[in-house]
Design a binder for this molecule. Structure first.
Ligand SMILES: NC(=O)c1ccc[n+]([C@@H]2O[C@H](COP(=O)([O-])OP(=O)(O)OC[C@H]3O[C@@H](n4cnc5c(N)ncnc54)[C@H](OP(=O)(O)O)[C@@H]3O)[C@@H](O)[C@H]2O)c1
Length: 256
């Protein structure tokens, strides 16, 4: 008999978080779902119930770190066994923007990065041995376009954080999985009006994410060909790399 698995998912109201919960659903799963849009969370909760799972929902704005901390403390008291923290909530700032205001930069960092630390710190004690913390970073953390400095920086910060957390949790036998996806069809990418290479349908992407989480991959980069292209690009001589980035960037700016 399989023991009940509890998943806490941030950004559960749409896209990757929503689809991940649905694909994980079974009668042995319980979900703790977080996001701002309550109606969406209720909709997901209903669908999960129909699949034999149970789910609790919590509305939270991740940009408000005080609220995140208060919720995290409440959750840590309420749940003593959370097998997986799926830290997925995130936003981008529109790739056409040439400059990001300090205020926008700060907001994005709170949502994409700082909220993860704030949420997980009180909750670490609720994760049992062989439990996991999953981060949703991005291939954009490996290359920073002039139009997405804030977004790429926040995702690169996640990579560094995940690495350190992984080492710090070795003795507790808690795994840290860092997922670096390319473009996936969600509300986030619906806003992009430039062409997105190797764009993956959500269902395909979730299957790959589940496989990476189940095999406890440390850093999972996908789609593979896109990841390879970015890695190769970073190895190119500076003059060729500069020429290529300029070309892609100009195309992007004229498209948006
Ligand atoms: N789609 C891609 O191509 C792609 C590629 C690489 C990485 N990612 C990453 O994947 C993650 C999920 O994105 P997605 O593509 O699934 O986009 P999405 O459909 O827009 O989902 C974003 C989720 O984050 C939540 N969120 C955003 N701002 C929030 C806030 N201030 N407070 C609380 N929750 C907030 C949203 O919920 P509410 O609006 O209801 O609050 C929503 O559930 C993000 O971290 C994104 O950076 C996406």
């Amino acid at each position: 008999l399989n023991a009940k698995q509890t998943y806490l998912i941030t950004g559960a109201s749409s896209g990757i978080g929503y689809a991940y919960a649905l694909q994980r659903a079974s009668k042995n799963t319980h979900f703790i779902l977080l996001a701002r849009r309550q109606a969406r969370l209720e909709n997901l909760q209903q669908q999960l119930l129909e699949q034999g799972s149970s789910a609790d929902i919590f509305t939270i704005d991740m940009s408000n770190l005080e609220s995140v901390e208060a919720l995290a403390k409440k959750l840590a008291q309420q749940y003593t066994n959370i097998n997986e923290l799926f830290l997925n909530a995130g936003m981008s700032l529109g790739h056409g923007k040439m400059e990001t205001s300090t205020q926008d930069f700060n907001y994005l960092f709170r949502v994409n990065f700082l909220s993860n630390h704030t949420l997980l710190t009180p909750l670490l004690k609720s994760i049992p041995e062989h439990g996991s913390v999953v981060f949703i970073s991005s291939l954009a953390s490996l290359i920073t376009m002039p139009s997405s400095i804030a977004y790429s920086s926040s995702k690169r910060a996640i990579n560094a954080y995940a690495e350190g957390l992984r080492y710090s949790l070795l003795d507790k036998k808690i795994d840290v999985v860092n997922i670096l996806p390319g473009f996936i069809t969600t509300e986030l990418t619906d806003k992009n009006d430039f062409s997105m290479p190797f764009l993956l349908p959500i269902d395909k992407a979730i299957k790959r994410i589940i496989k990476a989480v189940d095999t406890k991959a440390e850093n999972y980069l996908f789609p593979k060909r896109f990841a390879l292209l970015i890695i190769l690009l970073n190895w190119l001589p500076r003059s060729i790399r500069n020429w290529y980035i300029k070309r892609v960037y100009q195309k992007r700016v004229t498209q948006t």
